[in-house]
Design a protein around this ligand. Structure first.
Ligand code: NDP
Ligand code: MG
Length: 380
């Protein structure tokens, strides 16, 4: 049977790899594509995949794209209204949420309300609104299929298991390019240094987040919602080569792990075809060459982004939003060379200390907390 997909964030790292999976399999139809501003790539994607709807966040760029694809039967929309329209495009069965940042919250909720399964890459949505998303998924009978490699690994380890018998989730982390360094040794890290991830090639924001360990902090909070466990049941383990993508320890002490070469197409394809597995071309693990896999405890003192994430996740309410919003702001400032690398965790901590947590925030309160965080950091 032909599957139908909408892809929000189609021009990014996850978006383009999703389209590669679509291209390799040949039995998925793409019905809607959405991007921020890269209309050159979006036009190519429209010509190849022929969606009926395309959204560009930037209205000027949307106009340009409309002219460029005037020969095709595709409707071009823009802005948040357009993004919401792409999320609920009637034909799509699965919405791939691959936009970066909290902008993903409203379209994800809209897609779920329209009855679509979610192939979830956009972790910021679950971190900030997990308490709304998970009950909504149950209410609407839609599936949240994790695309993040660690969560896909856990999801795969849970096949056929009773989720109530999870003792612990072991989230693996590469430790990033600065593993082993002290804060002091990271003071002069440049944008170029931080964008060099040892194992994965990803969008800029998540690459910076991986280097600060904030990405792992976000993933701990993401896992807590996806698998309905307590923050203390999630342990981060450094495994520098990214061979083990994550593990689950059960009540009886048995540990299941999912291993593979670092290739996001595997978790993407698994989410799109779950529970089916398909052939995936590419490099395979060769255990004769692999020789060994090593483990370390994370350095919570020199990578405070991870410690703060546990604090935000345990407190809950609007605090994870503040953690995430402060990080989004700080990373964008760092990428624009306006602050230093070690200011990133400092800004997160400052925003968290300044915030009065609201429990069970609504979407409006989440967006308010985001705005309040941005204002605080902008004016300091
Ligand atoms: P990228 O920066 O590579 O791509 C982001 C995508 O979102 C682009 O298509 C971009 O469009 C689009 N976009 C940005 N702003 C808007 C907007 N306002 N409206 C519509 N589209 C928008 O990010 P990644 O693909 O790396 O990451 C996407 C998400 O997936 C993130 O939440 C990340 O944490 C998560 N993730 C990514 C992994 C990876 O391997 N890359 C692994 C696990 C999770 P444009 O190109 O036009 O700017
Ligand atoms: Mg990940």
């Amino acid at each position: 049977m032909i599957k139908k997909l909408s892809i929000l964030g189609s021009t990014g790292s996850i978006g383009t790899q999703t389209l590669e999976v679509v291209r390799n399999n040949g039995d998925i139809r793409v019905t809607a594509l959405a991007a921020g501003s890269n209309i050159a790539l979006l036009e190519k994607q429209i010509r190849e995949f022929r969606p009926s709807l395309a959204c560009v966040w930037d209205p000027e760029k949307a106009k340009e794209l409309k002219t460029a694809v005037a020969d095709l039967p595709v409707r071009v929309v823009s802005g948040m209204d357009g993004l919401l329209e792409a999320a609920v495009e009637p034909e799509a069965q699965i919405a791939v949420t691959a936009v970066v940042g909290m902008i993903g919250i409203r379209p994800t909720i809209a897609a779920m309300e329209a009855g679509k399964d979610i192939a979830l890459a956009n972790k910021e949505t679950l971190v900030t609104a997990g308490h709304l998303i998970m009950p909504l998924a149950r209410e609407k009978g839609v599936r949240i299929l994790p695309v993040d490699s660690e969560h896909s690994a856990v999801f795969q380890c849970l096949n056929g298991e009773n989720r109530r018998q999870i003792h612990k989730i072991l989230l693996t982390a590469s430790g990033g390019p600065f593993r082993g360094r002290t804060m002091d040794e990271m003071k002069n890290v440049t944008v170029e240094d931080a964008l060099k991830h040892p194992n994965w090639s990803m969008g800029k924001k998540i690459t910076i987040d991986s280097s600060t360990m904030v990405n792992k902090g976000l993933e701990v909070m993401e896992a807590r919602w996806l698998f309905d466990v307590e923050m203390d049941q999630i342990q981060v383990v450094i495994q520098p080569k990214s061979i083990i993508h994550s593990m689950v320890e059960f009540e009886d002490g048995a540990v299941m792990a999912q291993l593979g070469t670092p290739d996001m197409k595997l978790p993407i394809q698994y989410a799109l075809y779950y529970p089916e597995r398909r052939f995936l071309p590419g490099e395979r693990l060769d255990f004769w060459k692999l020789n060994q896999i090593s483990f370390e405890k994370p350095d919570f003192d020199n990578f405070p982004g991870l410690k703060l994430a546990y604090e935000a996740g345990k407190t809950g309410g609007s605090l994870p939003t503040v953690y995430n919003a402060a990080n989004e702001f700080a990373v964008s400032e760092f990428l624009n060379r306006r602050i230093s690398y070690t200011d990133i965790p400092r800004m997160i901590e400052k925003a968290m200390r300044n915030h009065k947590t609201v429990m069970n925030p609504t979407v409006a309160q989440i967006l308010e907390a985001e705005e309040e965080t941005r204002m605080l950091l902008m004016n300091s």
